[in-house]
Design a protein around this ligand. Structure first.
Ligand code: SAM
Length: 281
């Protein structure tokens, strides 16, 4: 493995205060910075007094640039990759470059920082033990609905990036596919002046956006609660009687399991009721 490195450097998603000291240091020290949009990144570099030369690396030239960057690294140069905002490769270019650089035997080093999806997830109030990141949905039409239908069956929290001109269409699609039972969290303009986090059912969030067109502006992360099997804990007198009767012939655990299968009431709830009925006898 050679000494040359490729750093994957996260930059802010709005608030420049989120630029890390390590990101500034690395960007100052590397020989060259590959940037998604060099004009856009030049402003950020000027703000932080980073004079390192920028070269373009975006969706349309990444393969060609990857070869060139590997050659520069073979000649001993150290390189950093940045995107327009947040963490490179997260709905941003860089996958092909990282693959090529790794295959050429060089180390790729992360310099972590802001990522809109993770920031949104952390304030969403939705479960974070498992989650799925979809990135951008297909822009429109049947493909988009079909993808949402597939995501609707996921049991973990999931989320998408969305642009302002499609946010109301996304709400329509979510409402059509998910109905109104599902909770969503919409995180808009994270770390910026008009940062807003709206949580509620699809129709509640849709109503907030519809009532104020300012809420339809800016950048969005939309997070959706995972699908949950209907877990009823309602116990009618008939169900209690059924459990009581089965417990005459079966152990409590088995009786609770049979009643759960027949009624949809959670086994744990029935088991606890069984224990209580037994102790009341
Ligand atoms: N690489 C970036 C990251 O780490 O989050 C994402 C780049 S992707 C091309 C841009 C999308 O990310 C936007 O369309 C929006 O959905 C989301 N996004 C970026 N900045 C955001 C912010 N400040 N607030 C909400 N969403 C943001």
């Amino acid at each position: 493995m050679s000494d040359s490195l490729l750093y994957i450097v996260s930059t802010p998603i709005g608030n420049l205060g989120d630029m890390t000291p390590r990101a500034i240091e690395v960007l100052r020290q590397v020989d060259v910075i590959a940037a998604e949009d060099t004009r856009h990144s030049k402003r950020l570099m000027n703000h932080f007094g980073i004079a390192t030369p920028l070269i373009p690396c975006h969706d349309h030239n990444e393969r060609h640039q990857a070869e060139m960057i590997v050659r520069r690294m073979q000649a001993g140069e150290t390189v950093a990759l940045i995107s327009d905002a947040g963490t490179p490769l997260i709905s941003d270019p860089g996958f092909y470059l990282v693959r090529s650089v790794r295959e050429a035997g060089f180390r790729v080093v992360p310099v972590p920082g802001a990522c809109a999806f993770v920031a949104a997830l952390s304030v969403s109030g939705l479960p974070t033990d498992r989650f799925y990141f979809e990135g951008f949905l297909p822009a429109k039409g049947a493909g988009r609905r079909k993808r949402i239908e597939a995501l609707a069956a996921f049991s973990s929290t999931w989320g998408v990036y969305e642009s302002p001109h499609r946010i109301m269409d996304l709400m329509e699609d979510l409402s059509a596919v998910l109905g109104d039972g599902r909770y969503i969290t919409l995180a808009r303009e994270i770390t910026k002046t008009f940062e807003t986090v709206i949580a509620g059912t699809v129709s509640e969030v849709q109503a907030v956006l519809a009532s104020d067109s300012n809420q339809q502006r800016g950048e969005f992360v939309v997070l959706v609660e995972g699908y949950k099997e209907e877990e009823s804990s309602e116990i009618s007198p008939e169900i209690e009687k059924m459990l009581q009767r089965l417990m005459d012939d079966l152990p409590i655990k088995k009786a609770a399991s049979v009643v759960a299968d027949l009624t949809g009431v959670r086994k744990k709830v029935l088991y606890e009721l069984g224990l209580k009925l037994k102790s009341d006898e």
